[in-house]
Write a protein that binds this ligand. Structure first.
Ligand SMILES: NC(=O)c1ccc[n+]([C@@H]2O[C@H](COP(=O)([O-])OP(=O)(O)OC[C@H]3O[C@@H](n4cnc5c(N)ncnc54)[C@H](O)[C@@H]3O)[C@@H](O)[C@H]2O)c1
Length: 389
C-alpha cells in the first residue's frame, strides 16, 4: 500500500514563486523540480537573482511571464498581492543572512513560505518568524530536504514503534571534502558561506550540522539537553568561521550523541550518515545509498531494508516508482514539497491526503538555529558544555 496516487491533484494548484535560486545557483533547480513534480504548485512569479536583469531573463527562460519577473522581493510581494491571480506561496533560496527580512515580508504579505535553512542567523529572528506565521495563519516550512527520504521515515517509525528499545547513542555525520583547500576565491557560492556577514556565525555548523541535528531529532525522538563543540578553520583564511566541527551531545534522559560536520573530509562526496543505537538494536542510513537502511538486532546478523517493500512502515510507503528502481534526492525533496502543498492548500481533500505525513516546520527551523548558535557559543568558550534550552 503506497500513499502516492498519480493524478491525485489539488482542484486549484497553488500559485508559487521564488526569491533567489537564480541561474547557476546551487539549490534553485531542486526547489523548482520538487515544487512542480506532482502538479500541486505552478511557478508564476519570482525575484530570482540579486542582479535584477539576470533574474528577469532567467525567469523568462523558465516560462514565467516577463511582467512577473521582478527586480526584488519587495516588488514581487507588492505587485503579486495586487493581482487577483497573485502568488500564494513563495520559496526563499537566497544566502542565509537575507532569510529573515525576506521571510518576514512574505509572511506579512500573507504568503505561505518555504524557507531554506538555516531559517535565520539569530534565534530571536527565527522565533519571531514562527510566531508571525502562526499569527497570519499560514504555513512556514523549512527545507530540510533529506528528511523526505522514505527510509528516513522508516528509521523514525522503527524507533517510535520501540523496535530498537530505548535509544542510547545517536551518531551523525555530514562531512564532505569539497573545500579542503581555499576554493572560495574562485567560487562565489562558497565565498558567501565563509563570510560572516552573509553566512552568519558559522559555516559548516549552519550549512551541514543543522541537517544532522534535525535528522537526529526526527529519527531518535530525543531532545538535546546540553552540548560541547570544537570548531576549526583548517583553511586559516576562513576564521572565525569553521570548516570542521565536532559536537558531543547529552540528550534528556540517558542517551548521548556525537556529530561531525566538515568540508575538509577528503575522499568523501557527501558523507551524510545517521546511526542510532538502542538497547535492542541499531539502524544506519547514508544519503549516498538512500534506498537502503541497515538494521541489526542483538545476536542476529545485520539486515538491509530496501525501499518499496511491503514490510516497511506505512509512513515509508510513498512510491512514485516501485522498489528496485533507485529513488533519490529529487524524490525526497518532492515528497516534502507535496506535503507542504497539501498543508497549504486549504482544500478539504488535501488534509486527508496529508494525514500521517511529516514535514519540517517553523519549529524545526527555530531548533536548527538554536543548535547552530549553541554550538558556536560552546566552541568559542573553550568547548564548555552549554545548556541547549
Ligand atoms: N536544503 C539544502 O539541502 C540546501 C542545499 C544547498 C543550499 N541550501 C541553502 O540555500 C540557500 C542558497 O544557497 P545556494 O547554495 O543556492 O546559494 P547560491 O549562492 O548558489 O545562490 C544564491 C541565489 O540567490 C540569489 N540572491 C541572493 N540574494 C538575493 C536577493 N536579495 N533577492 C533575490 N535573489 C537573491 C543569487 O543571485 C543566487 O541566484 C542558503 O541558505 C543555503 O544554506 C540548502
Amino acid at each position: 500500500m503506497t500513499h502516492f496516487v498519480e493524478g491525485q491533484m489539488l482542484k486549484n494548484p497553488l500559485r508559487w514563486g521564488m526569491v533567489g535560486g537564480g541561474r547557476g545557483s546551487q539549490i534553485g533547480y531542486s526547489h523548482r523540480d520538487a515544487a512542480t513534480r506532482d502538479g500541486l504548485m505552478q511557478l508564476v512569479a519570482g525575484a530570482f537573482d540579486i542582479d535584477a536583469e539576470r533574474g528577469r531573463s532567467f525567469g523568462v527562460s523558465l516560462g514565467v511571464a516577463p511582467e512577473r519577473c521582478y527586480e526584488n522581493y519587495q516588488a514581487l510581494f507588492a505587485a503579486e498581492a495586487a493581482r487577483a491571480d497573485g502568488m500564494q506561496v513563495v520559496s526563499i533560496a537566497t544566502p542565509n543572512s537575507s532569510h529573515f527580512a525576506v521571510c518576514k515580508a512574505a509572511l506579512q504579505a500573507g504568503l505561505h513560505v518555504i524557507c531554506e535553512k538555516p531559517l535565520t542567523i539569530r534565534l530571536e529572528d527565527a522565533q519571531e518568524l514562527e510566531a508571525l506565521a502562526k499569527q497570519q495563519g499560514v504555513v512556514l516550512g523549512v527545507m530540510y530536504g533529506y528528511t523526505g527520504y522514505e527510509m528516513v521515515q522508516q528509521a523514525r517509525a522503527m524507533v517510535q514503534n520501540g523496535e530498537l528499545g530505548a535509544v542510547r547513542v545517536v551518531h551523525m555525520q555530514f562531512a564532505h571534502g569539497y573545500h579542503s583547500a581555499e576554493v572560495e576565491s574562485a567560487d562565489p557560492g562558497t565565498k558567501w558561506r565563509v563570510t560572516p556577514a552573509i553566512s552568519g556565525p558559522s559555516y559548516v555548523i549552519g550549512d551541514l550540522a543543522t541537517h544532522c541535528y534535525q535528522m537526529g531529532a526526527l529519527v531518535s525522538g530525543l531532545e538535546v539537553e546540553s552540548l560541547s563543540c570544537v570548531r576549526r578553520s583548517f583553511v586559516a583564511s576562513r576564521a572565525p568561521l569553521e570548516d570542521d566541527a565536532h559536537v558531543m551531545l547529552r540528550y534528556k534522559g540517558n542517551a548521548v550523541g556525537m556529530l561531525w560536520a566538515s568540508a575538509v573530509n577528503i575522499g568523501s562526496a557527501h558523507g551524510f550518515k545517521l546511526r542510532v543505537v538502542g538497547e535492542k538494536g541499531s539502524l544506519e542510513w547514508w544519503d549516498e545509498q538512500p534506498n537502503q537502511l541497515k538494521v541489526a538486532f542483538a545476536g542476529k546478523p545485520e539486515m538491509t531494508y530496501e525501499r518499496g517493500h511491503g514490510y516497511l512502515d506505512a509512513s515509508a510507503r510513498f512510491e512514485r516508482v516501485g522498489g528496485g528502481h533507485p529513488a533519490g534526492y529529487f524524490d525526497a525533496w518532492a515528497n516534502l514539497y507535496r506535503r507542504f502543498a497539501l498543508a497549504m492548500s486549504g482544500e478539504p481533500e488535501a488534509a486527508a491526503l496529508l494525514a500521517g505525513q511529516w514535514f519540517p516546520s517553523a519549529k524545526d527551523g527555530v531548533e536548527g538555529v538554536r543548535f547552530m548558535l549553541r554550538c558556536v557559543d560552546s566552541a568559542d568558550s573553550a568547548s564548555q558544555w552549554v545548556d541547549f534550552a
